[in-house]
Design a protein. Sequence first.
Length: 369
Amino acid sequence: MINQSLPHFYKEDYLPFHKRIKFFIMEEFKEYQQCPDVHSCLDHLSSLGYELEDELKDALQLWLHHLLHLQFIEKTINAFGPLNIEEVIIHGPSWIQYFGRERNEFYGQSLSHEDYQFALEIFCLKSKVLWNEAAPFQSFQVSLWGETWRATLIHGKLTASQPSKLFLRSQRQSTFEFEDFNVTEGQKDFLLNLIKQKKNIIVCGPTGSGKTTFLRTLLSQVNKREHITLLEDTHEILLDSPFVTKLLATQRPGETLKDYCNYSLRLRPDRIVLGEIRSAEVVPFLLSINTGHGGMMASLHANSAIDAIHRLCLLFQIYGGEIGVNYNEVLKLVCQGVDYIIHLNQKEVTEIMEVKGCEGTTPFYQTWN
């Protein structure tokens, strides 16, 4: 029995054609390692002797566009305005959330649960990414609807009774001005001076606060002749300069952010920029800023500027255990190396904090307005 809330292309009479087309799609992948387009799928039905009436052909075309091109996501992105969308969470075939300056939700079942799962599997196959029950978590860069996105997938087998989920984050490389982050003219001049003086800066904030975007804005003000070594695990920062050395990390031995932090010291950088500090890379990063390297920048998840100091210390203790330093020594390392911490929330700069030093377990700092 077909759910009455499903679109018209799930009529009982159409389902045998769905089955034949999906079989054809998988056979094409097996033989040619590529996905057939919509017209090839319909031509395949014709080659089997089926005469497709216009109504059936139109229904199958719409279904295939959802199945092969995720059109059920694209149509709602276009409705909200592509430039207003920064992140999308597809919670299943019915619920989609959109995040930008505002949060929006869309409800409307465009595919059956079975076809939704099939569409995500095709999406990964087209991107040459292995995603299944044995490899249930994947994250990769993909071009969709004329834009670049970071796609992250969680297989339904990891989420108990829930369907698989797709998370899309826009990699749009638009240049934002300081004013876009509610920065005053005085704060802008202050920040430009920090860049000129090659101060070591941490940009922090919660998820979706605009950390990476603001980091791009800071880097857009760096002298184009400086040699910047940029370290990321996902391609998010595009710098328009021939003097940029970019290293994109993987989880393979010798290719992690921690490895690249160590390698970068041999590349004679004017600046080392770490896309985001999450784990073991904190150790070589903090050691580097305490050996005379200036102008270093990184982003970090933290609830406030002062929280960023304690989070750096905690990460160092977790991942630098073999070094054997206590909290006071790590705090001293952080406060000697980090010059300024900038905190963002909801795409606005909320704190600019100068790190002055520390005594025991107490950091000293000054907040600039």
